[in-house]
Design a protein around this ligand. Structure first.
Ligand code: AHR
Length: 494
């Protein structure tokens, strides 16, 4: 069974730069996200470099991760940076009240996080504590990290093993102030933002992007109020939207589901487009020059945790469905490149829509990982309009576009086209006429599998992985693609 879609690719109308930061990650002190997933400590039998798992670091390096947000999330508003510096054996041990009630040993602290970012070659996005910490604590943390020498805090950092200051290119002024970050009203949060950000200062020659805690889903009043009261005191405003099937609390199964859950999840993911559009309209009114960026610094699927793991650990499987959720998001973020300058998937390892799952010494790459890898050419590319005329794929009263996609000109000069077929049964013949490009050669890769629930397990870690794709032809300015059902295809044209 095959359906047809047509498209026009406007290589003659280059648009905005698609920021590499839309491929950002988020690593919270939550479940096995950091402890066990990234950090095993120097004495572990699991092969490691200064305590970081070698397998995980190598896999992440291959993604060219542009930025990692840390230490939360909700954890950030219960985090006291002083607990996590100094000799590891002497650090304060506390309870992670938010995530599973487990012991937080603080063995992964500021030095371990910043060292990790250097190991990965990525930028640091540190979230401060406005919920239960003071402006002074926040100011001192930033000074500890960024001041070169002579101040007591800079000297303390040096005594703790780090001579040179670190760069902190991104700093979050709290997280979800409307909820776990302090249950504030929008008006109150906007004033708290103004106050705390005043004391976030870096030495001359350094730049810190100050990120305000933004709205939950469609809370447009929040965005309106933040922009009105605090818009002149921020560089970016965040937005959190999770792909949730069946509402809150998360109850859908992550790897045993039917077609209704497949289409319902994809429909929920596509809502990101509407949310960004509406939040951007509000920002445009207050900030027509687009000085304040929109950072979608938490996104991804959120299902019921897998059986046998502390439900507070948010540990879920990752299927072909999650791969499609990721590709749809990247298409949407690329289309909104003029305002969306960062996005951080929740979360990097073992938590929610993770890139990587680990079990003791074993590691696997999820279908979501592979989409991040396939979309690497989008990092700092130029957006190209890609106008798609597609039939709908319908099931059980829900309708979504059958085909979704985006196109960019990569930094290497090649044009790249991504196509996702949301229909689990029907292949799609896509015919795209291309303007402004003399390309004769097309090559690509496809991510698909036999079942919508296909996933990688520790026994079969390569059930879902990219393969070479030979279903595309390029002739006379027309690209034709035989897009398999339930697939993501990325093509390079040159
Ligand atoms: O990513 C899990 C949690 O979701 C984060 O800690 C919080 O910010 C959000 O509610």
């Amino acid at each position: 069974d095959t359906t047809t879609a047509t498209a026009t690719l406007r290589a003659d109308q280059p648009g905005e730069t698609v920021s590499r930061y839309i491929f950002g990650q988020f690593a919270e002190h939550l479940g096995y996200g950091i402890y066990g997933g990234i950090w095993v400590g120097e004495d572990s039998k699991i092969p490691n470099t200064r305590g970081y798992r070698n397998d995980v670091v190598a896999a992440l390096k291959a993604l060219d991760v542009p930025v990692v947000r840390w230490p939360g999330g909700c954890f950030a508003d219960e985090y006291y940076w002083r607990d996590g510096v100094g000799p590891r054996g002497e650090r304060r041990v506390k309870v992670n009240t938010h995530w599973g009630g487990v012991i937080e040993p603080n063995s992964f602290g500021t030095h371990e996080f910043m060292d990790f970012t250097e190991l990965l070659g990525t930028d640091a996005y540190v979230s401060g504590n406005t919920g239960s910490g003071s402006p002074r604590e926040m100011a001192e943390w930033v000074e500890y990290m960024t001041f070169p020498k002579d101040s007591s805090l800079a000297e303390e950092r040096r005594r703790n093993g780090r001579d040179q200051p670190w760069a902190v290119p991104f700093f979050g002024i709290g997280n979800e102030m409307w909820g776990c970050g302090g249950n504030m009203t929008a008006e109150h949060a906007a004033n708290v933002h103004r106050q705390y950000q005043t004391f976030v200062k870096v030495p001359a020659g350094q730049k810190v992007t100050k990120v305000a805690a933004g709205a939950n889903v469609d809370d447009y009043h929040w965005t309106e109020t933040m922009m009105r009261i605090a818009g002149k005191h921020m560089d970016a405003l965040s937005l959190h939207y999770y792909t949730l099937l069946g509402g809150w609390p998360p109850r859908a199964h992550s790897f045993e589901f039917d077609e209704a859950a497949w289409i319902g999840t994809l429909k929920a993911a596509l809502r990101m487009d509407e949310l960004i559009t509406k939040h951007s309209e509000i920002m445009d009114r207050h900030d027509p020059e687009k000085k304040v960026a929109l950072y979608v610094d938490e996104w991804g699927t959120w299902y019921k945790g897998v059986d046998g793991v502390n439900p507070g650990f948010l540990h879920q499987q990752n299927t072909l469905r999650d791969a499609l959720v990721a590709s749809l998001h990247f298409d949407i973020f690329s289309r909104h490149a003029e305002r969306v300058k960062m996005a951080n998937i929740a979360q990097m390892v073992n938590v929610l829509q993770a890139m990587i799952l680990t079990k003791d010494a074993q590691m696997l790459l999820t279908p979501t990982y592979h989409v991040f890898e396939m979309y690497k050419p989008w990092q700092d590319s130029t957006h190209l309009p890609f106008e798609l005329e597609t039939p709908e794929y319908r099931h059980g009263g829900i309708a979504v576009p059958a085909v979704h996609g985006s196109a960019v000109r990569g930094k290497d000069g090649k044009v790249y086209v991504a196509l996702t077929n949301l229909d689990p049964d029907m292949a799609a013949n896509v015919t795209a006429s291309i303007r402004g490009l003399q390309a004769t050669n097309v090559s690509g890769r496809v991510l698909t599998a036999g079942a919508i629930t296909a996933h990688n397990s520790f026994d079969q870690p390569e059930t879902v992985k990219p393969a070479a794709f030979d279903g595309a032809r390029l002739a006379g300015g027309t690209l034709t693609v035989a897009l398999p059902a339930k697939s993501v295809v990325v093509l390079a044209l040159q």
